[in-house]
Design a protein around this ligand. Structure first.
Ligand code: SF4
Length: 345
């Protein structure tokens, strides 16, 4: 619930409006997980609330900790659908990778989540609660949200097919009296839902954008990411160029490029990508190269480190900023494209 809805609830229960602020702070800032823990409310009111409302809709089914500190959480919604969330510690900051859908309707050929199909769109609460559960696990309930917490909407699902809930959840999490994770600390990744990229460009409080590209020609992208048959590279590049105009000072957006051995990682592929950016005059972008993490159920292998380096060098020689993302949590199946893999180590 947003603040307005909470106010309506407390007033409908005969309590003054300020109780809504107390509840909001307790649930979001102090990350309490039951009404009983909100001890600044009268006990009788807590009991009424517990009869009328629920704080939690997710339960943690299992939790895996990687040798590199990454944590992977398999959660379940109250209606029994799986949700995956990953915590990635790096020096001086934490990143939480959250899911926006249970399963995913898109059929990216290199992704295990695709095998599940769409199970459901997650509600605003189910999105926010993933972050609360992870922060409580890492820091304990009640501790302030660490200042350097970043969010990435790159877990299971296509966030822009659940756009309204996603944006409402991000607004709730940005609230100063709540988690206070501002949009500047959030990046959302799309497989290329063109109309929603357009909508995002027009939001004043939007997060950063990443577009999963993974191929620089339609033939290959149709195969790897069938969403390309709905919105092809021409439409995607045009909306990316439009999005570029909405960038704030010093901001860039990202193209994610999953590197698949022998499929999209040749020198020709790198040149084609640089040509594409040149043709559409897209400049304020960086390319994240993500070596594929492999999984028994998928037919793809990771690119060799030499291929990755050559690809990066070619992009850079053509004036494109390129970075190689270090895979995290591979041993617990927490890395990109691995969510929905078997239970893990
Ligand atoms: S890569 Fe992302 S958009 Fe594509 S099928 Fe997997 S979860 Fe869905």
């Amino acid at each position: 619930m947003g603040r307005g809805e909470l106010e309506e609830l407390v007033v409908s229960l005969g309590e003054p409006k300020y109780r809504a602020s107390q509840i909001f702070k307790a649930l979001h800032q102090r990350r309490r997980r039951s009404f009983d823990e909100i001890t600044d409310l009268p006990k009788s009111f807590r009991e009424i609330l517990a009869q009328r409302a629920e704080v939690s809709r997710l339960t943690v089914e299992s939790r895996y900790v990687s040798t590199d500190g990454t944590r992977r959480y398999l959660m379940k919604t109250a209606d029994g659908k799986p949700v995956e969330t990953v915590y990635i510690p790096t020096e001086g900051r934490d990143t939480i990778c959250f899911s926006s859908q249970s399963g995913c309707p898109l059929k990216c050929d290199f992704c295990l989540t695709a095998k599940l199909g769409l199970l459901k769109n997650l509600s605003v609460g189910e999105i926010v609660e993933q972050i609360i559960i992870v922060l409580n696990d890492v820091y304990g309930a009640g501790a302030e949200t660490p200042h350097g917490t970043n969010l990435v909407g790159m877990g299971a699902g296509e966030p822009f097919l659940n756009f309204e809930n996603l944006i409402d959840a991000l607004r709730l999490m940005a609230d100063e009296s709540g988690l206070f994770i501002v949009p500047d600390r959030v990046t959302v990744s799309t497989a290329g839902i063109v109309p929603k990229i357009h909508d995002l460009a027009n939001l004043h409080d939007r997060p950063h954008l990443a577009i999963s590209l993974s191929a620089a020609n339609d033939e290959l992208r149709n195969k790897l990411m069938p969403i390309n048959k709905r919105w092809d590279l021409d439409e995607l590049m045009k909306v990316a160029r439009e999005f570029e105009k909405s960038l704030r000072r010093g901001e860039r957006f990202t193209f994610e490029y999953v590197m698949l051995g022998g499929v999209n990682d040749s020198a020709k592929d790198a040149d084609q990508l640089a040509d594409l950016l040149e043709m559409y005059r897209i400049r304020r972008v960086k390319v994240n190269l993500i070596p594929h993490n492999g999984a028994e159920q998928l037919d793809y292998a990771a690119s060799t480190p030499e291929q990755v380096r050559q690809f990066k060098d070619i992009l850079e020689s053509r004036g494109v900023s390129a970075y190689v993302r270090t895979p995290r949590g591979r041993d617990i199946y927490a890395a990109c494209g691995q969510l929905a893999a078997k239970a893990g180590a």
